[in-house]
Design a protein around this ligand. Sequence first.
Ligand code: KIV
Length: 292
Amino acid sequence: MSTTTISTNTSPRKKVTTLTFRQKKERGEPLTMLTAYDYPTAMAVDKAGVDSILVGDSLAMVVLGYENTLPVTMDEMLHHARAVARGAKSSLLIGDMPFMSYQVSVEDALRNAGRFLQQGGMDAVKLEGGRERADAVRAITGAGIPVMGHLGLTPQSVHQLGGFRAQGKTASAAKRLFEDAQILEEAGAFSLVLESVPARLAEYISKHISIPTIGIGAGAGCDGQVLVTHDLLGLFERFTPKFVKKYASLHETMTQAFADYIDDVESKRFPAVEHTVEMSDEEWDAFQKELK
Ligand code: KIV
């Protein structure tokens, strides 16, 4: 049974900003981030008090059923970003730039980052990659749009990486990853996701850059943690990465609820009297007369 209480205070939390991110790192307070792709989930995640909501391109896999994150488009991301923005009032909202929305040119990157704020209601954007993205990060932050970087296992490069595999495990790969983190910091990123990298490397990077790191499969030495909400809730059954902690089994809960409903309808237990609309005897008699 959970011992964590959810605040019943009806006044909204103070809005989390990129400044909050910096201050929490300075104070050594862990940052929390979760993904959301729709209005009710965004409401619940925001109400629970998460620092930041990522409208992740993991949408492609956990909501749209694709094999990887590559097929999801800018328009689809914006559609879900708007729903999340309507549901969350206090968390920092980050739109994940989908495959091919920032790789072709810096102009494309800037235009599409702007769309996340202008049309998607987001506060910031996230993009994958290191030194090869430095110009894009500079241009986007130069336009006043906060950028979160993403290093390590970068799912949009799944084919180049040869699968969803941990990164930075050799001395040279670790050095390159650390350099990339420094380059992104220098380019103006306000924070950095580290995905599937050795815990000791993630901790080293976190201690040697000034911007907060948010880990996923990167151990406890990061400045914050992120999980894909569908993994945490047990809603995505296809596979569960090793680094996920499941806090619920909603796929089973949902399947059971649907089976109960089918059973109720088939055995005529639903709808019951309390689920039906009544009509007075007087009106019913009048109706019968109308028919004659
Ligand atoms: O798309 C996503 O959900 C992500 C997180 C795993 C960081 O990029």
